[in-house]
Design a protein around this ligand. Structure first.
Ligand code: UDP
Ligand code: MG
Length: 341
């Protein structure tokens, strides 16, 4: 690892979906942290906080715009609609890595201890490309969330997917690590699964996750299940193999059944077996449906990937003009346009 010579330019990428109740507080806390880092000359004075508005229906974008007018530290990206947290993170990183040396992603509700940012930057100065924020205490989570999360990490490990347990999306990455991530062109990237595959010197920092201070969780059970399935199917072909193994076992069972039927036949007891027929009928029918749907899941995914659709559409970008054009007339046009909505 080589120690970096110059002061790095940092961008904090903050995905926001209907974060109106939380944003003013979060902005203040993050602003304070950035100012202290700038004063300590740990990062450059033109480092930025980049809020990515993931198609919020409330006043989130209005607040971001207001913050930007108050302080040049704040910038924003606005999606044309809601694309989900993963897309918001990818967009933020994609836009930010063109100008930033270091990128930290953090949730807008600041449940992940923002004070860890100081240590993350210090680790970057020490030469690490990826610094994972890892929770060492989930006592603030509900029992349900904790056990489903544990089950998820256990299952993914069994399926051969390498994840950093108890790490969500609070992490620091160097520009080259983000550039490597951007080479993964899949339309639904499972970021937490991809990053450990990038390699690069990486380290972990531990913290305790706080409960949400304002607003509500944007992850109802439905979205959590979808996220878990995305992780599974986009990273592992183990389910297809499981179908194969189950098929082989069932064929074995069928052979045993055949043997038994023959024996029964020669013993002259052919009319019996109504229950076994019904049982295998239902069981095989159900199994076949599950098997077909698992394969269908992969076919469906190939179909979506083959279309190469954009992962997100950015409606307004006030980050890039901060580095290219100070007048940013294009952005203002978009802002006016936005007020029409
Ligand atoms: N988020 C997003 N788009 C979505 C859902 C969530 O950008 O469709 C953001 C949200 O604003 C927050 C982060 O993702 O900054 C994590 O969401 P949340 O805190 O609701 O998740 P939880 O902490 O409950 O898992
Ligand atoms: Mg949260």
């Amino acid at each position: 690892m080589t120690k970096k010579e110059t002061t790095p330019r940092l961008t904090l990428v903050v995905p926001c979906y209907n974060e109106e109740p939380m944003l003013p507080t979060s902005a203040r806390v993050l602003h304070d942290i950035m100012t202290r880092l700038i004063t300590a000359q740990q990062i450059t004075a033109d480092s930025k906080i980049l809020f990515v508005d993931d198609g919020s229906q409330d006043r989130t974008w209005g607040l971001i715009t207001q913050l930007r007018h108050e302080d040049a530290l704040f910038t924003g990206l606005k999606f044309s609609r809601n694309y989900g947290q993963e897309a918001a993170l990818m967009a933020g990183m994609q836009v930010a890595h063109r100008y930033a040396d270091l990128i930290i992603t953090i949730d807008a509700d600041l449940q992940d201890d923002p004070q860890l940012i100081f240590k993350m930057v210090a680790q970057a100065h020490a030469g690490f490309d990826i610094v994972y924020g890892v929770r060492n205490d989930r006592s603030t989570d509900t029992w349900f969330k904790r056990s489903t999360a544990e089950g998820f990490y256990w299952f993914m490990k069994k399926m051969g997917v390498e994840l950093v347990p108890n790490h969500s999306d609070f992490r620091l990455m160097s520009r080259r690590a983000v550039a490597a991530l951007m080479q993964f062109k899949e339309s639904h990237p499972f970021i937490r699964g991809i990053i450990p595959q990038l390699g690069f010197p990486s380290t972990r920092l531990y913290y305790k996750r706080a409960p949400r201070q304002a607003g509500t969780s944007k992850y109802p059970l439905r979205k959590m299940i979808r996220f878990a399935l995305d992780g599974l199917f986009s990273f592992s072909v183990a389910p297809i193999r499981a179908v194969l193994y189950a098929g082989i076992i069932i064929c074995g069972g069928a052979l045993a059944m055949l043997l038994w039927i023959l024996i029964q036949h020669f013993r002259g007891m052919v009319v019996t077996g109504w229950s076994s027929i019904m049982l295998s009928l239902w069981f095989l029918g159900g199994f076949q449906l599950v098997a077909i749907s698992i394969i269908g899941e992969y076919v469906g995914r190939s179909f979506t990937e083959a279309k190469h659709r954009p992962r997100f559409i950015i409606q307004t970008d006030t980050f890039t003009p901060a580095f290219t054009d100070t007048k940013s007339t294009v952005t203002e046009f978009h802002l006016d346009h936005q007020s029409i909505k």
